[in-house]
Design a protein around this ligand. Structure first.
Ligand code: DAH
Length: 350
């Protein structure tokens, strides 16, 4: 090994032996193997050498470069190991004999409301279904009579994944799969399709007291022969009076959703201001709680159900809104805040 190479190597080893921190290790890595590092600079000396000398010197520098890299990797592992040992030594020992003095946690208000709704619908013979948060464009839109470029998509702008899938913008995205799952029992055994599917939904929203980019809905569908709007109204009223444990003022007005015909908005009188008007109800005294309607024949068809023979209703209950009404939460953002101080207020009826 040439004196020059030997000198660089020795200087490196001396420097390395003094390193105790990861940042310093990175510094000497750059100092030696970086573009202008000592090892790289050695190669510049080759210019003045003969052809034969260049070959041996080149090999020598390469060997040194590998040695330096290996030594740095080893040192990195050693420092990482030391760091873990240090962290472990700082962890308090777990004392199994210590008295448990922890406050118990509580369910999130949305979970509480969701479970209540599930119980009510289960008692009326509905199945509770689970559905994924990542869905296809077909499930979220196409199968629901919302073709590409339909203006209804604007209000449901959501988060798209690189593979073309998306985070579901409404629980209606599960409808198609539910029809397909239960259609045979409907046709062959005459079993009505009665299912609810609660879930987390996502939208590209400018957030304020009543809008969030992440919220919860609970979709419900019922399909059978001769299902009518009266059935829909009956189920909705029963559910609301059970959840609120009192008579709730509701109003039904026409609403447009491509997957139902006719479609309605079911509003409840705002329970926060008693119908007087406040920021939570956009000062109208009413809150849109449950859009609903009679399932569009095309949507049934997409689900493999003959719309000439069967009809049904669907609803999309805003679970987040319902929780806000029930617990008097004025700002929707509190629900996703993760703030224990806020959330622990809603522990009354676990
Ligand atoms: N999926 C709609 C939304 O999030 C809500 C909705 C409207 C659901 C009407 C329904 C329905 O099932 O019938 O905006």
């Amino acid at each position: 090994m040439s004196a020059k190479t030997q000198e660089v190597k020795q200087a490196f080893l001396d420097a390395l032996s003094k390193i105790e921190k990861m940042e310093d290790l990175e510094k000497i890595r750059v100092e030696y193997t970086g573009k202008k590092g000592y090892v790289t600079e050695l190669l510049k000396e080759m210019k003045s050498l003969s052809h034969e000398e260049k070959k041996t010197f080149g090999q020598e520098v390469n060997v040194l470069k590998n040695e330096v890299n290996d030594a740095i990797s080893q040192k990195r592992e050693e420092l990482e190991r030391k760091q873990i040992e240090l962290e472990n030594s700082l962890m308090p020992e777990f004392d199994i004999s210590m008295p448990a003095d922890l406050k118990r946690g509580s369910y999130h208000p949305i979970t509480l409301v969701q479970r209540q709704c599930e119980e009510v619908f289960k008692s009326m013979g509905f199945a509770v279904e689970d559905y994924s948060e990542i869905v296809t464009d077909y499930e979220c839109f196409e199968a629901l009579n919302i073709p590409k470029d339909h203006p209804a998509r604007d209000m449901q702008d959501t988060y798209y994944l690189e593979n073309g899938q998306l985070l579901k913008s409404h629980t209606s995205a599960a409808q198609n799969a539910i029809y397909k799952k239960y259609k045979d029992a409907l046709v062959n055994e005459g079993k009505a399709i009665k299912a609810i599917f609660p879930g987390r939904c996502f939208r590209n929203e400018a957030t304020d007291a009543c809008h969030e980019n992440t919220f919860f809905q609970m979709e419900g569908v019922m399909v059978d022969k001769d299902i009518s709007i009266s059935n829909l109204i009956f189920f909705m009223k029963t559910m609301l009076s059970e959840v609120f444990q009192k008579d709730i003022k509701v109003r039904l007005r026409p609403g447009f959703f491509p997957f139902v015909e006719p479609g309605f908005e079911l509003d409840i009188s705002c329970l926060i201001c008693g119908g007087e008007g406040c920021p939570s109800c956009k000062h109208s005294g009413w809150l849109e709680l449950c859009p609903c309607g009679m399932i569009h024949p095309r949507v049934l068809e997409e689900g493999g159900i003959d719309p000439e023979e069967y009809t049904g209703f669907a609803f999309g209950l805003g679970l987040t809104r319902l929780a806000m009404m029930k617990y008097g939460v004025k700002d929707i953002r509190d629900l996703n805040s993760g703030s224990l101080k806020t959330l622990s207020q809603f522990t009354d009826d676990k």
